[in-house]
Design a binder for this molecule. Structure first.
Ligand SMILES: [Mn+2]
Length: 294
């Protein structure tokens, strides 16, 4: 019988946590995004958490940070599926091969302690994806896996392009094409690599980027319903431990443009143009915002 008495299977999809980013200008915990995402998953009673790539920013992480990440995942104690991305590929020195991350019993790392797919018989669900093994180009969504379960979820870390293929045009690496989304036939395609949260494709397949929780303040929550339908929601992490930089972003976009705000926020816009500089932006915001009348 399908799903016994359960009405739905709930997946939390996130990506691009970039744990371990060098925050030299801040005393922020380098693992802060991990408990936030897992906390959101607990809040929505997720059955499975899927991290679609770039969970870690780079492999130059101290062993104690990796051990702490492994402990956070172990303490979470529910299934987590990790797809290695272009920032955290399965190279010989990969973060996933150190600190015990590959030996956490509730964590499946595609390409490491799981093969090409993870099957959850209790949910009649299969999650498949092609991990990044190194820094070279690959096709994140090529060779779709035939469906073997009631529900199927495909995960991919790369750059979606909507245009038809043009062999004469070079447009970057790790490309995902529209026809590849369709060819999966999956109930949901969980994408990573972009910081923004957005659906892609023409709607024939449920394909979404979750975006980086640091920037979006959200995770994607996918509900595979008993009646066969799929719902995709984006509860805000604001309700679940809001991050101050997200508040500032909201203020920036929603307040009317005044001379004062332009003066204050224009430099912030400029220096937030790269990830590393974004850290300074986060560090500055409280001091600058405090004198303003909000
Ligand atoms: Mn990436």
């Amino acid at each position: 019988m399908y799903m016994d008495s359960r009405d739905e299977v709930v997946i939390v999809h996130s990506s691009d946590l970039h744990l371990g980013t060098d925050d030299s200008f801040s005393d922020r915990d380098r693992l802060a995004n991990l408990p936030k995402v897992l906390g959101a998953a607990t809040e929505v009673k997720a059955d499975i958490v899927l991290l679609a790539g770039d969970s870690f920013d780079n492999h130059r992480q101290p062993i104690d940070l990796l051990e702490r990440a492994a402990q956070i995942l172990r303490d979470y104690n529910k299934p987590v599926v990790i797809l290695p991305g272009n920032h955290d590929p399965l190279t010989p020195d990969s973060v996933y091969r150190r600190g015990g991350l590959g030996e956490v019993s509730n964590v499946s790392i595609l390409g490491l302690n799981a093969d090409k797919a993870v099957v959850f018989p209790e949910f009649e669900l299969e999650i498949w994806g092609h991990p990044h093994f190194d820094y070279t180009d690959m096709s994140p969504l090529a060779n779709p896996r035939p469906r073997t379960t009631r529900w199927q979820l495909a995960a991919a870390h790369g750059h979606y392009v909507d245009e038809a293929r043009d062999p004469n045009r070079m447009i970057g690496s790790w490309l995902i094409h529209r026809e590849e989304l369709l060819a999966t036939g999956a109930d949901y395609v969980a994408l990573g690599h972009w910081n923004q949260c957005t659906p892609v494709g023409n709607g024939e397949v449920n394909a979404h980027y979750s975006g980086s929780p640091e920037y979006t303040g959200t995770v994607n929550v996918i509900r595979f319903k008993k009646d066969g339908t799929v719902e995709v929601g984006k509860p805000c992490l604001q309700l679940l431990n809001q991050m101050p930089q997200t508040i500032l972003t909201s203020i920036y976009w929603h307040l009317p443009d005044t001379d004062v705000l332009t003066l204050v926020l224009l430099p912030l816009t400029v220096i937030s143009s790269s990830r590393q500089k974004q850290t300074r932006f986060i560090g500055i915001d409280h001091r600058i915002l405090r004198p303003l009348p909000f």
